[in-house]
Ligand binder design. Sequence first.
Ligand code: FMN
Ligand code: SF4
Length: 628
Amino acid sequence: MPQASVTVRDSRYDVLFEPVQLGPVRAKNRFFQVPHCNGMGYRDPTAQAAMRNVKAEGGWAVVCTEQVEIHPSSDITPFIELRLWDDGDLPALARIADAIHAGGALAGIELAHNGMNSPNLSSREPPLGPAHLPVVTWSNDPVQARMMSASDLADLRRWHRLAVRRALAAGYDVIYVYSGHNLSMLHHFLSRRYNQRTDSYGGSVANRARLLAEVLEDTREECEGRAAVACRLTVDEGIGEAGITPAEAAEVISLLDHLPDVWDLVLGSWELDSATSRFAAEAEREPLIAGLKQLSAKPVVGVGRFTSPDTMVRQVRAGILDMIGAARPSIADPFLPAKIQAGRLDDIRECIGCNICISGDMTMSPIRCTQNPSMGEEWRRRWHPERIRPRESDASVLIVGAGPAGLEAARALGQRGYPVMLAEATRELGGRVPREASLPGLAAWRRVADYRIGQLSRHYRNVDISLQSEITPDDALDHGFTDILVATGARWRTDGVGRWHTSAIRIEDEASVLTPDDLLAGDHPLQQPGAAPQRILVFDDDHYYLGGCWPSCWPGTGMWSGWSPRPRWCRRGPPTPWRSATSSGGYARPGSSWTSAGSWSPPAPGRRGQRARSPARKPACPPTPCCW
Ligand SMILES: Cc1cc2nc3c(=O)[nH]c(=O)nc-3n(C[C@H](O)[C@H](O)[C@H](O)COP(=O)(O)O)c2cc1C
Ligand code: SF4
């Protein structure tokens, strides 16, 4: 771990280290790692135990599991979460609770019946919900939920009670009742979007909250003062009157405040709650949450990609939250509380809000994080976010290229104690990072470079950095290093070859083709700002974030259109009229091959693409090249 010059926390942050009473248990400070999935679940509980142990070691007062399926009728296959279907699941759950306790934190478990989010593909149980409606899953499974009868409702309460008993047996201190994110039965009952019942569980807010009240009562009774009861509640579905609104959430909190020991307030659907930094800044939801705490006598946890201790303090002092909830900030830096405690603010590895961590859950693979390479490898490789194996040989290392990979390699080798030379051809460290971070909404991504540059400059004198040093293979060999790492990155192709187009695309001779590299270097598709309108095609065969960024660079031009060889469904597009979740493998101005705005005829066969540089090249003007 880097040695800090200051080792005492700033008194401004004292409030963050005050204990908070959660019903029968006491949290040692205000840092609360809220439930988050990790792609490990029932398949890799030992790996998850190691990951949660590191979080606990990092100073979080409460460390939670992800949502835990309580019954086979809540089977969200293909996703891999924890399960508490029966006693057979107890050893895995207990191992995780033990690991959290060993790290010094309270262990929280989020019991979930996923309701209409459960297609039950593995268990083959009939899906259940408040109404006869198709299940609400990302893969649009062709199955229908059955409207729950009185006996179904009684079953659900019984299953939840059994899960509470098992969670207590496994050693958990905080037991969640989950009514959030459009992922839980209790949320589905609360939301007018799904609850079309005319019985005592439908209609008014009090009726729609009846099942939530009953499950909370049951949970409280089962816990009998042995564990805190937490309620995770969606306070805004973001669809106005069609779903849960902040006013309705306020009514629920007022009605049910006597039942949980702690409220955990979220937005939801999940995409809204875990919005990327491109669409939501730190604490952006504050206007929706502010005031709800005043309706409650219980502590309130809230989230908002909190990485700044000053923002955290303001949340507490302004009476918005009692505890600082964090999923992503705890993934990017499991030692966030410990670093604030030790006055090591410069060492915080801030989450960039890219949501690569969520892709672990979505691909059913162990979680990974852009900022924290150790995330998900705590058990398999014994990686730790703060500690690393010390130097074991006399090796000396030349790293060619100071993009994100080169910087991280230099940082890690520097921490291990090896002599390192980091050679960069340009005058700037960070490679693609500073350039991409200058695109609209991506400023937080700069933290990938900033964190590493900061660590190198403050802690590792054994790493020499040499800018404007283009290294040839002969140079590299001549310098006498025992090891050479090449981290020179890649450039975008101009011929349209990508994921689905595996051979060059024919492009009209007069068309100019610009790649993301050209655009980020300052080339402008319209040649000059204010030039005569031309039609623009964003050709995207990459399918990630970059394609969707370009239209935001030319707001209001109305002259471009997105085209992807294989359209993908998108949950939330860029804040422009163009909605696509795709990303760019190239950018083309096809000229005469356009037929009308928004439609594109493939050009005549037999011509190879060419790239024409704009004659009037406007220099990139950081931080916002979108001011082209
Ligand atoms: C990878 C990942 C997995 C998540 N899984 C869950 C989950 O299982 N249950 C849940 O209630 N929330 C889940 N969430 C939502 C978070 O708990 C949190 O409410 C949200 O990410 C906003 O907080 P943050 O800005 O601190 O990340 C998940 C979030 C992430 C990033
Ligand atoms: S940096 Fe990206 S991957 Fe890591 S926690 Fe933040 S959003 Fe997730």
